[in-house]
Design a protein around this ligand. Sequence first.
Ligand code: PLP
Length: 473
Amino acid sequence: MDNNEFRKNAHELVDWMADYFEEVEEYPVKPDVEPGDILAQLPNSAPQAGESFEAMFADFKNIIMPGMTHWESPNFMGYFPANKSYPSVLAEMLTATLGAQCMSWLTSPAATELEEKVMEWLRELIGLPDFFTGVIEGTASTSTLCALLMAREQITDFGVNQSGFSGNQDYTIYCSSETHSSIEKDVKIAGFGRKNLRKIPVDKDYAMKPEALEETIRNDLENGKKPTAVVATIGTTGSTAIDPLKKIGKLCSKYEIFLHVDAAYAGTALLLPEKRWMNEGIEYADSFVFNPHKWMFTNFDCSAFYVEDEALLVRTFEIMPEYLKTPEDERVKNYRDWGITLGRRFRALKLWFVMRSFGIDGLQKKIRGHISLAKDLTETIEEHKDFELLAPVPLNTICFRFHPNHIDDAKKLDELNSKLLNNIQRDGSLFLTHTKLDGKYTIRIVLGNTNLEKKHVEQAWKIIKEKAFELIH
Ligand SMILES: *Cc1c(COP(=O)(O)O)cnc(C)c1O
């Protein structure tokens, strides 16, 4: 492909992209494919001779598109959204075009300095205290891993970095039973061992019980363990439960334990002053993560990781081989030392475009709109005698189940709701997912897609009711 062809093909692609955004809600949100269907259409080896753009683009449309789940569709209300927006996609095109590596200041000075600035903007936007410094990581999973590694090096005085884990010392980590699965994965990767992860029980609203946390910490201390870090969640993945940060923070301060806050999804709601109560006690935190790549209209990947102690972070990760040394090292940020990877994408650009294009007002308006749509649907579900809410709705994730009057057997209700979800999925016009809360099969509906409107919510509720009543008639 030469430059002329690139220009022509790129224009064609942009037209396709604009059409896609316009038409996405007409696609079945989940594709009608079986495992292996796409694989069977792909050749076994790469082509010997180069192929034309036309051939590749045709296969993209004919083979790939029919096998895609459309996260961009406003009828996608499963998991948490992975939002994007026009400014974010445009920035991503520029990022790919520049192809810059952002590992040190010298490798892309503007990328480094823009990252520094947008992380300050974002910190202000969500009301984090100004002693936090931020860096963009790929995912919340990796941000939390960085936090746990910082905690590990802090408590061992950089001993594990130097000598590895030694002896039989158990370093214990605490989270709630509702915490995201990435915490357990990170605990394994960081070398603490799964047996040293304490999953603290939750209250009736699925938030961590601070008394149980303290009891567990004391018990561990009595048994010679070393309590190392607590991960508190603002907005759990199951039901967006909010752990009581202030009480947890006071305990961490009392027992000198590193506190990491996982607000991967709900962090976006902190843009609203009326939701800042969720972060009360944040001054006790050592680190904080939230993903603009979920609800803040910035396409994957973009995870904002904030730390109080920049020196601890850098000392945990720093490496200085001869070939990476530059004359400016003393005066600049070299983000390779702020996380796990050496090579880093230029992710700040899309965050900059998103914040500038929407403005603070535009961002707040969208988020408030989502929360308000969720409030209305919550009331509708609450009022319906055959449906039941299964958790509080502080934001825009509604946990509910179908519960007709005459069925009270726990197992039957689980089966009924699992069948309901399957039938909704199979239909393809709405995408929801499930969780288990207090052992109950729970359907989740998340109203956070960039282009979500009231009509989509009404349509979703109509489909849910139709599919539910089909099951009992
Ligand atoms: C989504 C989510 C994560 C994981 O986010 P990734 O960026 O995909 O790693 C972690 N914690 C919570 C609370 C989440 O909702």
